[in-house]
Design a binder for this molecule. Structure first.
Ligand SMILES: Nc1ncnc2c1ncn2[C@@H]1O[C@H](COP(=O)(O)OP(=O)(O)OP(=O)(O)O)[C@@H](O)[C@H]1O
Ligand SMILES: [Mg+2]
Length: 1316
């Protein structure tokens, strides 16, 4: 039975390269995602010739093959046809099994009986493989590689199943459940068909090597007979299951199978054509192992395939060659049916027209797995009721937390629900708290539903996983895959009957430890070393006695950069004390802006000034607990002690309140202070409103008593979490008593808004001052970093990195630092006073780039200094998870397509031009680019640095006045009006760098690489000097010198006229980048007159006034990004080439500091590649040393400079003698006439060769001229001798170079001269 398989067999080797789902900008993206997998299947003509592929395939198989062939044809079809067909293929139909699509008319029947054969295939060794990938490449990259490996494997296996008419019902990570629906009388034949399919799969894909040394092997179980289809869920989201004896049997059969085997269940063994099979009985089991079979003939296969149950709609459509017939000519409303079965996240992307290959991402999410154990003998209806109720309940619980049930799997031993928080478009801050709260709610509800706690297990884990599409182009699912999902699955089994969570979720929740219990370590299959596992016991009402400020003042580092706030506090306090003016000081700040730190300091200052300070901190959970804020404030004001028993609390309260309020009113405080005074008759008779009024007056009295005659200062951290019940009492009371309140508020909460409005309206008797906490100034950030690290100075690029990513928010800064330290990125060096720095490259880097925390400490040079590890490029470090969560929560508020555009822009960088963005965007999105960009600008995510509108007559004709995007979302701003239709071009920048980082890290590795390649290809056309500097390479004839080792990409000439607009945009972008680069620490430097960032440029003077040199900008917007793009692509040679170009360019614009930094980056790169592999071109290496020499020379390190230059000359095969005797001998040789010889040699060389030669000569001459200068400075006679030799050698080099230049044909000369 060799047909489809022959083709598939041929496919495997080629597939490895072919199957990269490219992020193509050529309008073929979606098609290629599928085509990548199927490309080497025989085309219609080739299959005819071989007489192969068509043989078996009629019915479903035929349809599939035709579809695959169609896919190839798609590539050749007209653009219109291609679009049409692709959009059909992209329909949500591919996300649901045929079974659901075809039973559309009866979909409202929740239980349906069907007959068929079930196949359950599972990949063994998947969890171990996940671990290996994660250990080798880290969580994100490891997951990406894992999914790619799994997807290729699954794709092959699924294709075989689809060809044999299987209907892929469910994916379960590394397993699939497949159905062959048929009539009872056809069961025997269908079992043979399924067996034939299984044997073929085992023969071809039963074992696959992975490059991790771990094999992927397949275990297959088969069962057959009648079964039930259950439909559950609510109107938003539905799920389906297969249940019955067949399901238990198929699961059992799969469990019995060893890797590479096929097991037939007992009942299918009885039903099948036994005479065909060679089997082996399993000891003590009724299931059998299939060892071989008499293959079905072609006609038998065709016949069986034809008899599989199909929806009538499909029959007429088979002829059209459609793979999913039900969706090609659907009856009315049929499309609506499967939509409910498609995950909402995927649908949202569909609806926003995001191409399918851009669905997948690497995201930090929280997974919640629930296992319900249901009795094996439960009847179908009872099972349906339980599952329906459980899924509806879960949907209800998850909804407010933006959690989604991604899939529900029913096995013989129970039912598993995979719920995910933080999927694309769903990220919320405090995700782990949302997940834990949902988990406990689900646990309790399910336990009640099943009647026993032991039957429910819930596991919660957090981490980066693959969220996206997995499977085959013809049938796939949207799901999550990763180590953390596997861990949750194992935890669910190892820790049954409770809610367990991993250490990451525990830490990320920042909930008090009493909410958790540490669980004993248990061995978990495939998980090498799991961290501590905790049981989550839920948040009982927080004890009001532990609601003081989070930290003592002594636990914080000294407060920096908050002089304005401290002054304000002091003046308010004075006004309050002297004049009795009551104030509310509200500080509003984003997460981590330093609110708690500031409030702790203010509480201390208040206390130090002799006032009674009542301070407390609220948490998010308090908002949901009535009277928690009021209770805490009262308890703290009254100084109540924590007591176990309620009676003891009551006793203490009685003592404290004696004479303050009536005995009959004590019971009003029951809910507030968690006591149980008997309800007095007076209170019992009161209405709700009266009770509230009474409580207010009682509380006012309590508070007055508590504060007494002292001035009271209330400090409430996170006042946005004051619960409504507390606020309804506190708010009116606080207006009437004398106090001074300091509160902190986070934006985005109703309470914060009400404070803000009250401050603006100034309605209350208190004066409310509402102040936004600004980000810390650069100087304070540097000081903080030095403080946190305990050093006197940090390198400038570390400062820049932290300032840019943290935007001056102290918490971000701490997280970034913590992450760098975890990865040992920072090194510390002790420096003694007066100690002379060594004369080497590292000390030069440290000295030049050190930023001292204070001028006094920098002057002293005492203590430790911090440096970045020499082999680390800070640009390549990943964002800490906590920061990623913050950024993603913001990104996820955008519609999918906007987010997609932002992701593309993120690959380019913080500043980008529309031309480059348009170049890398897929065609489907490109035509909406301007519209989307304008929306992102109005959302304050991006900002235009400059935009120009292209006149109407040059507008793209394909751009229509309306698009489906706007049609669907008419409310979106800006509207698709005539004005915005006009095409914009220009330069944009991200408003918040953190968003760019987060968006960038969502890309799958291989897609990211493809995009970097496109960016590099675009930028390379502009990688040259500006017109006024002659347009050549910054290292003379650089591109010609290294072409041999390159792919020729650098051989292009300068951009032609057509590119002038993008050149101008790049210049503009570069100017902005330069400003960004220097701005952050400019202030710092201005304060320190002894250091300057940059020297005035050579070219500045040259073109003063109307400065026409654009090289300064081009280096920032073209050369620096080029090096980054190549680095991200893993192309060390090209990255090194551009780093050398960058250094030369910076020297060209007289910025020695940046040249030094780029050379240091090059050094890091050079250290990271294997020396022997000769990755880096010799010329580049030589230039690298010669530029190092030049920089050292500029920095006054003459000795080091000479060393570098000699090394460069050595690499350029022009040894310079070390002794005077050798120098003398050499000078005699140099005096010999050789011009004629050189001229002859030059004329005999081909064009490419003499250009290369010229590059070498010019570099040698450059080195010699520098050496001559350095040697003459020595002032000794031997120095003068060797200096003369250098001059002589240089003169010879120049003469030779002239001879080569003469070879340039007159016509080319002008052009080539430009490249010098
Ligand atoms: N002005 C400052 N100088 C030095 N360190 C600071 C400053 N402000 C904040 N930090 C540090 O930054 C970290 C975060 O600050 P803090 O916890 O006060 O922020 P927050 O605004 O209260 O955060 P959240 O919104 O999570 O409550 C703390 O470790 C704190 O010590
Ligand atoms: Mg805080």
């Amino acid at each position: 039975m060799a047909t489809g398989c022959v083709a598939a067999g041929r496919r495997t080797s080629a597939s490895k390269q072919l199957r990269v789902p490219e992020v193509l900008g050529n309008g073929e993206a979606a098609g290629n995602w599928a085509a990548g997998r199927c490309r080497s299947l025989p085309s219609a003509s080739s299959s005819k010739k071989s007489g192969g592929a068509g043989r078996l395939l009629t019915g479903h198989g035929c349809l599939l093959l035709r579809y695959l062939v169609c896919h190839r044809a798609l590539m050749m079809a007209s653009a219109w046809e291609r679009k049409l067909q692709r959009s059909e293929l992209e329909k949500a139909a591919t996300f649901v099994p045929r079974l659901l699509a075809e039973c559309a008319p009866v979909s409202r029947v929740p239980i349906q009986n069907i007959v068929g054969v079930l196949l359950f295939a599972d990949i063994s060794g998947f969890t171990a493989l996940t671990e290996k990938f994660t250990q080798r490449s880290g969580t994100a990259r490891g997951t990406d590689e894992l999914v790619q490996t799994l997807n290729y494997y699954l794709c092959d296996v699924l294709e075989e199943m689809l060809i044999f008419g299987g209907d892929i019902l469910k994916f379960a990570g590394d397993a699939v459940l497949v159905l062959w629906r048929t009539r009872p009388q056809e069961l025997a034949k269908t079992i043979s068909l399924v067996l034939q399919c299984s044997q073929q799969i085992q023969a071809k894909y039963g074992s696959r090597d992975t490059h991790m040394g771990q094999k992927m092997r397949l275990k297959i179980g088969i069962s057959a007979g009648p079964m039930s289809l259950l439909l559950v869920g609510d109107r938003r989201q539905k799920y389906f299951f297969i249940c019955g004896k067949v399901l238990s049997e198929v699961c059992e059969a799969e469990r019995l199978a060893n890797a590479g085997e096929v097991i037939l269940s007992a009942s299918s063994w009885e039903l099948c054509e036994q005479h065909r099979l060679r089997t082996q009985h399993l000891a003590g089991k009724r299931a059998v192992k299939v060892m071989g079979m008499v293959q079905m003939s072609r006609s038998e296969c065709q016949e069986t395939l034809r008899k599989l149950v199909q929806h009538p709609v499909s029959h007429g459509l088979e002829k059209e060659g459609a793979v999913r017939p039900a969706f090609f000519r659907s009856p009315p409303n049929v499309e609506e049916v499967p939509r409910e079965y498609v995950p909402e996240t995927a649908l949202r992307k569909f609806d926003d027209r995001v191409p399918l290959d851009l669905f997948s991402e690497l995201r930090p999410v929280t997974s919640l797995l629930v296992q319900l154990q249901v009795a094996a003998d439960m009847d179908t209806e009872a099972l349906h009721t339980i599952l329906n109720n459980a899924s509806r309940m879960m949907l209800e619980v998850l909804h407010p937390h933006q959690g989604k049930i991604n899939k529900i799997l029913l096995f013989d031993k129970g039912c598993m629900f995979l719920c995910v928080f933080g999927l694309s478009g769903e990220k919320l801050l405090y995700e782990s708290i949302h997940a834990l709260q949902s988990a406990i709610q689900i646990f309790n509800s399910c336990s009640a539903l099943l009647g026993e706690k032991e039957a429910v297990s819930v596991a919660v884990t957090s981490g980066t996983v693959f969220c996206g599409v997995i499977g085959h182009p013809g049938r796939h699912e949207y799901t999550v895959i990763g180590q953390k999902v596997n861990l949750a699955a194992r935890m669910m089994v190892q820790y049954p009957g409770l809610v367990s969570c991993d250490a990451v979720t525990y830490a990320a929740s920042r909930l008090p430890p009493y909410c958790f219990k540490e669980l004993p370590a248990r061995e978990m299959k495939g998980i090498s070393c799991p961290d501590t596992i905790y049981q989550y016991v839920g948040i009982a009402r927080r004890s009001m006695f532990c609601m003081g400020l989070a930290k003592e003042r002594s636990e914080y580092v000294p407060l920096l950069g908050r002089e304005k706030e401290l002054d304000l506090f002091a003046s308010c306090l004075k006004a309050y004390k002297d004049l009795g003016r009551r104030h509310i000081l509200a500080f509003e700040g984003t997460m981590g802006s330093g609110k708690s730190h500031l409030l702790t300091e203010l509480a201390y200052l208040g206390q130090a000034a002799g006032h009674r300070v009542v301070a407390m901190e609220l948490l998010e959970v308090d908002m949901r607990q009535s009277f928690s804020a009021l209770g805490a404030l009262t308890a703290r004001a009254l100084d109540l002690q924590e007591r176990e028993s309620c009676r003891a609390r009551q006793r203490e309260l009685r003592t404290k309140l004696r004479g303050t309020i009536e005995e009959s009113s004590y019971c009003l405080l029951n809910d507030v202070l968690l006591v149980k005074f008997p309800i007095s008759d007076k209170v019992r008779k009161m209405s709700e409103t009266q009770r509230k009024r009474e409580l207010r007056s009682a509380w006012a009295k309590v508070l007055k008593k508590a504060i007494g005659r002292d001035f009271g200062i209330f400090v409430i951290d996170n006042a946005q979490f004051i619960d409504p019940a507390s606020w309804s009492i506190m708010s009116p009371v606080l207006q009437n008593i004398s106090f001074f309140m300091v509160a902190s508020l986070a934006p985005g909460y109703a309470r914060t808004e009400s404070f803000c409005k009250a401050a603006a309206a100034n309605r209350t008797s208190q004066k409310i001052i509402y102040l936004h906490l600004d980000e810390l100034k650069p100087s304070a950030v540097v000081q903080k970093v030095c403080q946190d690290l305990g050093v006197v100075s940090i390198p400038r690029d570390l400062a820049r990195f932290l300032l840019q990513r943290s935007s001056g928010i102290p918490y971000y800064c701490e997280e970034l630092l913590r992450c760098l330290r975890c990865k040992d990125t920072l090194l510390f060096r002790a420096r003694r006073r007066g100690e002379k720095a060594e004369d080497n490259w590292e000390s030069l880097i440290i000295e030049t780039s050190a930023l001292a925390a204070t001028s006094s400490s920098s002057a002293g040079n005492d203590g430790r200094v911090c440096i970045v590890r020499p082999d680390v490029n800070l640009e390549n470090t990943v964002l800490p998870t906590a920061l990623k969560e913050i950024a993603l929560a913001q990104l996820d508020q955008m519609k999918p397509l906007k987010q997609t555009v932002l992701k593309f822009a993120a690959v380019i960088g913080l500043v980008f031009t529309t031309q480059l963005l348009s170049h890398i965007l897929p065609a489907d999105i490109r035509h909406k680019m301007n519209f989307l960009l304008d929306m992102l600008v109005s959302d304050n995510i991006l900002k235009w640095l400059k935009s120009t509108e292209v006149p109407e007559d040059v507008q793209d004709a394909t751009e229509g006045p309306a698009s489906s995007l706007q049609a669907g979302h008419g409310a979106e701003r800006p509207s698709w009006s005539k004005k915005t239709v006009e095409r914009r071009s220009g330069v944009l920048a991200f408003c918040v760098p953190l968003l760019r980082e987060a968006a960038y890290e969502l890309w799958l590795e291989r897609q990211r690489v493809a995009l970097h390649r496109k960016c590099a290809a675009f930028l390379e056309r502009h990688a040259h000097k500006c017109k006024s500097c002659g347009q050549g390479d910054f290292v003379d004839f650089h591109r010609f010198a290294v072409t041999g080792t390159q792919d020729g990409g650098s051989c292009q000439g300068p951009a032609d006229q057509g590119d002038s607009r993008s050149w101008e945009a790049l210049v503009l972008a570069g100017e902005q980048m330069k400003r960004d680069r220097t701005h952050a620490i400019e202030e710092w430097f201005l304060a320190k007159s002894d250091q300057t960032t940059e020297l005035p440029s050579k070219t500045d003077g040259k073109h003063d006034g109307a400065c026409s040199c654009k090289c300064k900008a081009i280096v920032e917007s073209v050369l620096v990004p080029l090096a980054r793009h190549y680095m991200a692509m893993g192309d060390a040679a090209r990255a090194f080439y551009y780093l050398v170009e960058c250094a030369a360019a910076y020297l060209h614009v007289s910025n020695s500091y940046m040249a030094l930094m780029k050379l240091n980056e090059a050094e890091v790169l050079r250290n990271s590649v294997e020396k022997k592999a000769n990755v880096i071109a010799r010329f580049d290496e030589a230039t690298f040393f010669s530029l190092k020499g030049e920089v050292c020379c500029h920095m006054g390190r003459t000795k080091l400079a000479k060393k570098m230059i000699r090394k460069a000359l050595c690499l350029l095969r022009r040894h310079f003698p070390r002794t005077s005797v050798r120098a003398f001998a050499k000078s005699q040789v140099e005096k010999l006439p050789c011009a004629a010889y050189v001229a002859r040699r030059a004329s005999s060389l081909p064009q490419e060769a003499w250009r290369k030669r010229l590059a070498w000569l010019l570099r040698q001459s450059c080195c010699l001229s520098l050496l001559e200068r350095l040697l003459s400075l020595e002032g000794t006679s031997s120095g003068r001798t060797v200096s003369r030799l250098a001059a002589c050698m240089k003169a010879n080099m120049d003469k030779a170079a002239d001879s080569y230049r003469q070879q340039i044909p007159a016509t080319d000369r002008l052009k080539t001269e430009g490249w010098k």
